[in-house]
Design a protein around this ligand. Structure first.
Ligand code: ZN
Length: 499
């Protein structure tokens, strides 16, 4: 472990800035000010050097990456004005401003964003901090999402700024709108914990209202989690990573090289609370691999004007739940029994819902935009956060068994990362995902995939037996425990699974 003094941590914010390539000439920039934070309103100015044609459509996204719901951000936008009388504009729809002028004319507009709801998927401004969720704040020119963007944030006096974006001079730089919309900006009186490095790459945990808890132990544990993820994937696809703690609340969202976390040190007052927080943070961190890099083809590049539906959220979310447990186990933060207790809770939540007879994992994945992660009415739907990790477990055990413990689900994740993220630079289809699993297993995985695409009952014990384990049900409670006797392959599979 490398311990770095706190005073050095702020310097590390600058390292990627020095190493980064200089941006191309900027044509599009924003300035965000927050003159009276307690009024919950950002003032935004947008400047475009030259109008790309005789007109331009400026649009606000209807959702934000990582939160699969339509958010109607545009209802918070007001006071839209154009600083030049040569322009006229109309509203072709509620989320679009169409401006007309001669091609090449410089354009400056301003508007206000009301930001009074504190939530991880919503922009917020208040007396003590600002959370700039870019999808809810920055308009984009339709058809020009690949445009580089410069953002200058003028915080309230005494506030610091943290974001995954690179800084150049007094501004932050995004190579395109996809990067901008996946890089929230937090401002306030931030507390930054000692920076840790993994393979030389700095990881920064910073935020508001962290509270009083053992921060040295926390940073150590967090580093173990990140190291477990990096060791599994064998590569770090970012040059710095920022954990943004946005205050107490519910939920977190993964982003390009950062994550937004509802966080409070008060949860560390009990051992169970500490484990829950580390599991939650491991989840958001592992999404950096499983969602940001390893992703269904529908999950980026995005259309910001409509839902981006996929059948595979059970992989993107369910497998991330499974790996949050495994990373915590591999980091030495939980025991095998504690890992089993977590899986048992997911299994119980799934088995005890009436929806398991009605909705498959692929259906729940597709439906989430309409109804949230439960994908429909509670009686007729399931959560891929519960059945997803259960099927991931069966898939992992099936691969370990089929390959006499030479391969595992880890190898599938690495294959997908290399083949699609690194080589093809795109997401995978449903069929390509299954093909990757069967390539690693060297066998058909028909049985396991039927658990994803149908409501068939899961045969947990067939797969748990591969690791010398069994699942017992007592009414609504499930318990994983060892079989009375296990052979050498069963023991080997269990040992390597629980390493
Ligand atoms: Zn997630």
């Amino acid at each position: 472990m490398v311990t770095i003094k706190k005073s050095y941590s702020l310097l590390l914010f600058c390292i990627p800035l020095l190493a980064a390539a200089q941006p191309a000439t900027q044509h599009l920039s924003f300035v965000v000010t927050m003159n009276n934070p307690e009024e919950h309103r950002f003032q935004v100015t947008m400047h475009l050097d030259q109008l790309p044609g005789d007109s331009v459509d400026l649009c606000l996204p209807v959702w934000t990456p990582g939160y699969y719901q339509l958010m109607d951000f545009v209802r918070n936008l007001s006071d839209f004005s154009v600083k030049d009388g040569r322009f006229r504009w109309i509203k072709p729809d509620s989320a679009t401003w169409r401006l007309y002028a001669r091609k090449g004319t410089p354009l400056t507009i301003s508007y206000t964003i009301k930001a009074e709801k504190r939530f991880v998927a919503n922009p917020y401004l208040g007396a003590d901090h600002a959370y700039i969720l870019p999808g809810g704040v920055f308009l984009y020119p339709r058809g020009r999402l690949t445009q580089p963007v410069k953002v200058r944030v003028v915080p309230a006096p005494g506030w610091d700024i943290a974001t995954g974006l690179e800084r150049h001079g007094d501004s932050y730089y995004a190579r395109d709108f996809d990067q901008l919309y996946d890089a929230p900006i937090l401002a306030g009186k931030l507390e930054t914990l000692p920076v840790f490095t993994v393979r030389g790459v700095p990881h920064i945990f910073t935020g508001i209202d962290l509270g009083d808890f053992d921060k040295t132990a926390f940073v150590h544990d967090l580093q173990q989690v990140v190291e477990a993820g990096v060791a599994m994937m064998g590569d770090i696809p970012y040059d710095h990573y920022v954990f943004l703690a946005i205050g107490d609340g519910n939920g977190g969202i993964e982003h390009a090289n950062s994550c937004s976390l509802s966080f409070s040190g008060k949860h560390f007052s009990t051992e169970a609370g500490r484990r829950r927080m580390l599991s939650f943070i491991a989840h958001e961190y592992f999404h950096l691999y499983n969602v940001k890099c390893i992703r269904p083809v529908e999950s980026g590049p995005f259309d910001y004007q409509q839902e981006n539906r996929t059948n595979l959220l059970w992989v993107s979310e369910g497998f991330t739940v499974y790996y949050e447990y495994l990373l915590n186990k591999r980091a030495g933060l939980i025991t095998p029994d504690e890992l089993f207790r977590s899986l048992e809770k997911n299994i119980a939540a799934y088995e005890n819902t009436t929806g398991h007879s009605y909705q498959s994992l692929t259906e729940a994945s597709y439906a989430t935009w309409s109804y949230g992660p439960f994908g429909g009415s509670l009686e007729r739907s399931i959560s891929y956060y519960d059945k997803g990790p259960a099927v991931a477990m069966l898939l992992d055990l099936a691969i370990r068994h089929e390959t006499a413990n030479r391969h595992s689900l880890d190898d599938v994740m690495v294959l997908l990362y290399r083949k699609f993220y690194q080589q093809k630079k795109r997401g995978f289809s449903d069929a390509e995902f299954r093909q990757a699993c069967e390539t690693i297993a060297g066998a058909s995985l028909d049985d396991v995939f039927s658990y994803a695409t149908t409501t068939r009952d899961l045969d947990y014990n067939k797969y748990l037996a591969y690791a010398g384990l069994t699942l017992e049900r007592q009414e609504k409670v499930f318990h994983i425990h060892p079989l009375p006797a296990a052979d050498s392959l069963q023991n080997a599979i269990r040992d390597s699974w629980m390493r």
